[in-house]
Design a protein around this ligand. Structure first.
Ligand code: HEM
Length: 223
């Protein structure tokens, strides 16, 4: 090597790691919101034991009277957008990239790569459908069991929710699993068991959502 040759020193780049961390934090926040949301909306099921929509109406009133819905709603939308933009660093947007991604996934045929594929496809669908849903609900306050039921019983809304529900639960379930693998909480030794747990959780959340939609569609009387 020549004496005067300068050797370029490459500084370790931390930006990517910070962006990944922020992606994980916004993701965990959205998962926590989604689980709370599904359980709170499921309060309409008290209708099944004769309490009508009283519990759901009371919960909705609490969130609106404290302005948590009016302020929290747009904040959730913003978090979703930030989370998507951070994830978009790795998502294939061009047709050529998408074809290559599909080819590699088929060739690798590795379970976790398929999970990534589901994660990427559901991300696009959730972003669009989630925004439509939030706009519809938040621009028509107050939330009441009767109004929500009227919506679910009208037009294409039931079909809309029957698509959005599995999309969101798959995305949430796979997201939690992938965070565990990426940040080292899930190791070779516990990977199988935690994956089984995540699958069961996804099924339970979809089941809760389906019962809720059943109640909105068939049980709640619309004035
Ligand atoms: C703060 C924002 C949000 C509010 C206030 C809200 C409120 C509601 C309400 C009142 C319902 C009952 C049905 C209706 O009225 O149309 C509902 C259902 C639903 N929401 Fe949201 N939502 C929010 C955000 C989200 C997000 C971000 C997602 C997913 C991307 C989502 C997914 C769903 C699904 C799948 C249902 C169907 C009900 C079920 O299967 O349990 N929501 N939401």
């Amino acid at each position: 090597m020549m004496a005067d040759q300068t050797i370029a020193r490459v500084e370790p780049v931390r930006t990517e790691a910070y962006l990944d961390l922020l992606q994980m934090l916004t993701g965990v926040g959205l998962v926590a919101f989604m689980w709370c949301h599904m359980i709170l909306v499921a309060s309409v099921n008290f209708y099944l034991i004769g309490l009508q929509g009283r519990v759901m109406d009371w919960i909705a009133h609490f969130f609106e009277a404290t302005y948590m819905a009016q302020i929290g709603g747009p904040l959730i939308a913003l978090t979703m957008l930030v989370h998507f933009v951070l994830a978009a660093r790795k998502l294939p947007f061009r047709a050529r990239e998408q074809k290559a991604m599909w080819r590699h996934t088929v060739n690798f045929n590795h379970f976790d790569t398929w999970l990534w594929m589901i994660q990427a496809v559901t991300a696009f669908i959730i972003l669009i459908m989630g925004c439509i849903h939030m706009w519809t609900v938040l621009t028509n306050l107050p939330i009441t069991a009767a109004k929500s039921a009227a919506r679910v019983q009208t037009g294409w809304w039931l079909a809309f929710y029957l698509v959005l529900l599995p999309m969101i639960e798959l995305h949430v379930g796979i997201g939690i699993y992938r965070i565990g693998v990426k940040w080292g909480f899930i190791k070779r030794s516990n990977r199988e068991a935690l994956h089984g747990f995540e699958n069961k959780l996804t099924i339970v959340m979809i089941a809760i959502g389906l019962v809720t939609l059943f109640t909105f569609f068939f049980i709640v009387r619309v004035m």
